[in-house]
Design a protein around this ligand. Structure first.
Ligand code: NAD
Length: 245
């Protein structure tokens, strides 16, 4: 363990598995205290046990529920002190063509992937201010930079996250709070199918493979740390070169 994140307190939504869990492991390895907020209770508790209760706490959190956000932030403060960082990482995807896409399925993706980010930033703001400033990292996607067929709600929400990040960065800068978005390409997690991870799109990108969760963690930790002290309102793409084509 090193002390790069000594004194840091970071809440990660959707941190029970996938990329969020890797960010939690990376932060704890560098001295941070991490709160995992997720709807997956068993996975969240198991990860908290793996990382140890001095460094990690699981709290139940559905990112679409403002009261659950307030409770999660309060529990984080009680356990470890005011937040110095927030990673809005929770996300879902729904696939299918527009002509058969149910309104309820579209709204659900917007609710989790877009409204959840708004509620997270709103709930964390007072705590980040109490900490004297901090950093928010909103996880968007390459689907927030370009568009793909068959995932309309996801594209809409991820573009919105990119814009919301810039609006929040401007509002929060006077409080010493930076806000940036991260845009992964195809990454090996439960969210992406095996066929997407080895499909034509991936095979034809400059780095012809799916990314690993740890390859996103490096960027998230950079943006949470003081090393990125002059970066705010910006988008950081990590995609094997996919959108450069
Ligand atoms: N995997 C990829 O290829 C890829 C690419 C670009 C962006 N992303 C984004 O990265 C983020 C992490 O995704 P991942 O690939 O690790 O997928 P994942 O499915 O492994 O993780 C997503 C996490 O979000 C949680 N979650 C879902 N709905 C929630 C809710 N309502 N409240 C709280 N938590 C909820 C899940 O329980 C899960 O732990 C997502 O925002 C996703 O859109 C993923």
């Amino acid at each position: 363990m090193n002390d790069r994140f000594e004194g840091a307190v970071v809440l990660i939504s959707g941190g029970a598995r996938g990329m969020g869990a890797e960010h939690a492991r990376g932060l704890v390895a560098e001295g941070a205290r991490v709160v995992i907020g997720d709807v997956l209770e068993t996975a969240g508790e198991e990860l908290a046990a793996e990382l140890g209760d001095k460094h990690c706490l699981y709290v139940p959190l559905d990112v679409t529920d403002e009261r659950q956000w307030q409770t999660a932030v309060a529990r984080a403060e009680d356990a470890f002190g005011p937040l110095t960082g927030l990673v809005n990482n929770a996300g879902i995807v729904h696939t299918g063509p527009i002509e058969t896409l149910d309104e309820a399925d579209y709204r659900r993706v917007i609710d989790v992937d877009q409204v959840g980010v708004f509620l997270g930033m709103k709930a964390a703001l007072p705590s980040l201010r109490r900490a004297g400033g901090g950093s928010i990292v909103n996880i968007s996607s390459v689907a927030g930079i370009i568009a793909f067929p068959g995932i309309l709600g996801y594209v809409a929400a991820k573009w919105a996250v990119r814009g919301m990040t810039k609006a929040a960065a401007q509002e929060f800068a006077p409080h010493g709070i930076r806000v940036n978005s991260v845009h992964p390409g195809v990454i090996e997690t439960d969210m992406t199918s095996a066929s997407a991870q080895s499909g034509q799109a991936v095979l034809h990108q400059p780095i012809a493979r799916a990314g690993r969760p740890q390859e996103i963690t490096g960027m998230v930790l950079y943006l949470l740390s003081d090393e990125s002290s002059f970066a705010t309102g910006s988008e950081f793409v990590i995609d094997g070169g996919f959108v450069s084509q």
